[in-house]
Design a protein around this ligand. Sequence first.
Ligand code: VGL
Ligand code: ZN
Length: 216
Amino acid sequence: MGQRTLEIDKSTALLVVDVQNDFLPHGALAVPRGDEVIPVINRVAPLFQHVVITQDWHPAGHLSFSSSHPGCEDYQQINMPYGPQCLWPDHCVQGSEGAELSDALTLPHARLILRKGIHQAIDSYSAFLEADRSTSTGLLAWLQAQGIKQVVITGLATDFCVAWTAIDAAESGLMTWVIEDACRAIDIEGSLHRAKAAMQDAGVSFLTSCQLHQRC
Ligand code: VGL
Ligand code: ZN
C-alpha cells in the first residue's frame, strides 16, 4: 500500500479548529490535554501560506446545551429535528472569555476566522456544513475561491469538530490530512475510535507533525 506524502504548496491550507479557552484545561468543556496541541500548531503554521481558524460560537441558550433541556444531563443524547445530538455543558458563548481563541496561539498570518454553531437550534461540529447537513458555513466556497485543493487539519476535538470537518472536507473533494499530534479528543463512549474509522472511510489521511517537518 503506497503511503501518501504531503507536499505543502500554494493550494494547501492549514485549518486550526476550535482552539478556544473553553476546550482547554479549566475550560467549560475541557478536552483532556487540549493545551498540548498549541505548541505543535505554532510550530507547523509558518509552513503554510494559507491558515484558517475556526471558532465555536454559540448564542446563549443554544440547543446543544443540556441547560436548554430541563431534566437532561451533560453528555446525554437527545433527538433533534436533524437527528441525534449530544448535549454539552454551556460552552463558547458568543462574546465570552471561554469563546476566545487561546492567546498562546501564534498565528499572525491567519486570514480567516470562521465562526460556527451560530444558529440557536442547529449545532455545527463541521466547519463546512451544520448538523442539519444542509446549512453551509460558506467555507468551501471561500477555499475554492483561493484555489485551495488540499487541507491539513489540527485542533480540538479530534472526535467531534476535527472529525466532522475532515470528513466534510474529504467528501467535498479536497485532499484532506489530519495531523494526529496536533489534535486531542474528548473520547466519550468510544467516540474517538468511531471518529477515526469514519475519517478513514471518508479517505482522510493521517500524519504526525514530525513527518511534516521531515525531521524524524
Ligand atoms: C466541539 C463539542 C461541542 C468541538 C464543539 O470543538 O469539538 N465539541 N462543540
Ligand atoms: Zn459547541
